[in-house]
Design a protein around this ligand. Structure first.
Ligand code: 9MJ
Length: 695
């Protein structure tokens, strides 16, 4: 289920093969109800119970059928339909929402003693015998963003950030895009109203994916998963949020009408029953010593989970006792957050070095005296930008505290001012590009400083070439960083298209070049002329255009000429392409240098006409085909390529997941198996009739 469910949820444009749709609205309404119910059950099995009940293909087929029904009968579309996750228009600012009950913050505990004192305080407040035990529940403390969700009569109606605890921002449309969040609570025991609190966070894997993509498209990277989650959730365009695989776990309750839990454990069980994801790692403890044991256990275990947790939240389990305990200031007296110490060490900033990226961004890096942080050797830390440096006043020669949270690149937490040597000066990014000497610019309101010498800056050219030849772009193996630097320095290449005119005599004089390597590189260059359009687009390294956007653009435009002719408005109308990306693409193709490069690519015979690896439509989405026997109209490979081209899957073996078996002459065991599994068997002609008219 991972692939299809992780894909952006807007499926409204899908053209699909669906079973015959009912003609009358009553039958359609009933079918839509059944489909929504089934989709929700599969979603809960996947996200809440971690036990998928269907394949991607089956899930997609159900979703496609629902989309088709809602397209035919638009009056059946309801806001809680699973087809309606993405689709809201971007907003210019978030509205504000006042929480019906304030969102509390938690007091902290840093030691076993702090936990025992919390236990004692609670018992005193309850007038209990200090030797009597209290039931606690331990929950992992996710390091994300607290949110509040409102469900009215089971339907998700509003979502807000915590804000100052009283008033938060209205991020309803962004929260709707979270695949694991039910738009309607499961079952029929839904309260008239409930505010449900939880934490939105990103896994390390997704954090790394987002940052890698941003790096490739020349955008500044996020410092840690928490910032990335915050940045993703506070997007004005919900389509961007939809592209980030945000996770959510629910753990708390605010205002409620028509439901009252007895215990915190019971609340979490009820949440699961409603189809709300909860963290599976929780434990009921019969006394504070068991809590302390749980906290100790997770000291090591916390490094093995794929998201940041910075502690354990300890809560009195009995809700009546919670109510009796109440709150002081903004923190409940019935809960406390045990915080693990962050892995922090001190080291010295030996130098600050500025890197110039592919799109000209200047990124300051601290070169540190090498130290081990939590077993990992660290000698560099990113300082992000000038504002960050000023905020922390980081200077060359300073002793700094650095910290590594989870898998993240270390960050400088603060300067140890007492250890600052005499004569240090505040650090300022240079006024001119360290590579080409051009005065740098910093646009109003942006944190990034850039070298504007797009065409001539050697550092930009270098990284742009490295990107162009990289594996996911043109994949020209053998041409290393040093070779590129020499080719640029010798003036042999000015833009990536010049690579296609290199001769062996140009390569042979380079350092670290031999006869064989030169041949291999020339072969790789020749081979890369038959690249796919998406790789070529990606290879250009336009700002904000990563692999995903490149694929989307290639599927939409099919040729470079058509893409180059598109206006920013047309580009923005492409599903998944936002305004910023559209403007970046249009600006790139409007540059005279780009026109020169495109001419050269054309003369060199670079053909990037289409992407056979990338589907051009979703015509066969959710369908799996198996071909068997002797085909007469096209080879098996061609038939399979057609299926993939139109969004379907081609498989070599028949199973329950197979949608169609296409049987040629002398079909053997696959036909028998298909018949026994009730898989639809098609002749070659019947298969041909399913293909879109354009074939
Ligand atoms: C987190 N961050 O995981 C609470 N939290 O309860 C859990 N936060 C909380 N509970 C009351 N698991 C206020 C905050």
């Amino acid at each position: 289920m991972a692939t299809s469910q992780d894909a952006p949820a807007d499926v409204s444009n899908r053209k699909t093969m669906t079973p015959t749709l009912p003609d009358d609205i009553h039958a359609a309404a009933e079918r839509a109800r059944v489909l929504r119910d089934e989709l929700q059950r599969h979603n809960i099995a996947y996200y809440v119970h971690d036990a998928p009940t269907v394949s991607d293909a089956e899930y997609d087929a159900l979703m496609n059928e629902l989309v088709a029904l809602e397209t035919k009968f638009p009056e059946l579309v309801s806001p809680d339909s699973p087809t309606q996750r993405v689709g809201a228009a971007p907003v210019s600012a978030f509205g504000s929402i006042t929480h019906k009950r304030p969102m509390l913050s938690l007091g902290n505990a840093f030691s076993d003693e702090d936990l025992r004192s919390f236990d004692t305080r609670a018992k005193r407040a309850l007038g209990m015998d200090l030797a009597a035990p209290v039931d606690y529940i331990c929950e992992l403390k996710m390091d994300g963003l607290a949110v509040s969700l409102t469900y009215e009569n089971g339907v998700f109606t509003q979502g807000a950030t915590r804000g100052d605890g009283t008033t938060g921002e209205d991020i309803t449309q962004n929260l709707r895009t979270l695949k694991s969040l039910p738009l309607r609570l499961h079952g029929d025991k839904c309260p008239a109203l409930i505010e449900i609190r939880g934490e939105v966070f990103l896994t390390h894997q997704e954090f790394a994916r987002i940052n890698a993509e941003r790096e490739k498209s020349g955008e500044p990277t996020f410092a840690n998963p928490r910032n990335a989650a915050a940045g993703s959730l506070r997007q004005l365009d919900p389509r961007i949020t939809a592209g980030r695989r945000l996770q959510i776990y629910l753990y708390g309750i605010g205002e409620t009408q028509g439901y009252r839990p007895d215990t915190q454990a019971g609340l979490l069980d009820q949440y699961r029953a409603w189809g709300l994801p909860t963290n599976p790692f929780r434990q009921l403890c019969a006394n504070i010593e068991e809590v302390i044991a749980f906290v100790g256990e997770w000291q090591d275990k916390k490094n093995a989970i794929d998201y940041d947790m910075d502690g354990v939240v300890v809560k009195v389990n009995d809700i009546r006792l919670q109510e009796e305990l109440g709150q002081v200031a903004r923190a409940p007296r019935w809960a406390i957050a045990y915080k693990y110490p962050a892995l922090q060490v001190q080291t010295k900033v030996e130098d600050i070095v500025v890197q110039v990226g592919r799109t000209g961004s200047l990124t300051p890096l601290a070169w540190l005296a090498s130290v081990a942080v939590g077993g990992v050797k660290v000698s560099r830390a990113t300082l992000h930008n000038q504002d960050e440096i000023e905020r922390k006043d980081i200077r060359i020669g300073d002793t700094v505290v650095i910290q590594r949270a989870g898998e993240v690149i270390p960050e400088v937490v603060r300067v140890v001012l007492e250890a600052r040597p005499e004569g240090t000066v505040p650090y300022r990014l240079p006024d001119t590009c360290p590579s080409c000497g051009t005065p740098v610019v910093r646009p109003e309101g942006e944190a990034v400083t850039r070298c504007p010498n797009v065409a001539g800056c050697p550092a930009q050219l270098q990284t742009r070439f490295e990107h162009f030849v990289s594996r996911n772009a043109l994949d020209i193996a053998g041409l290393g960083e040093r070779h590129i630097a020499q080719l640029i320095a010798a003036g042999l290449v000015k833009d990536p298209a010049d690579l296609f005119f290199l001769k062996k005599d140009d390569l042979l004089p380079l350092e670290r070049m031999g006869d064989k390597l030169a041949d291999n590189i020339l072969n790789a260059i020749e081979k890369s002329k038959k690249t796919t359009l998406s790789r070529l687009i990606f290879g250009f390294g336009m700002r904000h255009v990563g692999e995903r956007a490149s694929t989307v653009l290639a599927r939409r435009y099919h040729t470079l000429e058509k893409l180059a002719a598109a206006t920013a408005d047309e580009l923005e109308a492409v599903h998944e392409i936002g305004r910023i990306t559209a403007e970046s693409v249009a600006a790139f193709f409007a540059l005279p240098e780009t026109k020169t490069m495109l001419d050269k690519l054309h003369r060199a015979g670079v053909e990037a006409a289409g992407d056979d690896s990338a589907p051009v439509s979703d015509h066969f989405a959710g369908k799996t085909f198996v071909f068997t026997g002797a085909l007469t109209q096209r080879t098996r490979e061609e038939a399979e390529a057609l299926v993939r081209r139109f969004g379907g899957r081609a498989s070599g073996s028949v199973s329950k997941q197979t949608s169609y078996l296409v049987a040629g002459e002398n079909a053997g065991s696959k036909l028998t198996k298909a018949q026994s599994l009730n898989v639809t068997v098609l002749t070659e002609d019947e298969f041909a009739s399913l293909l879109p008219d354009s074939v």
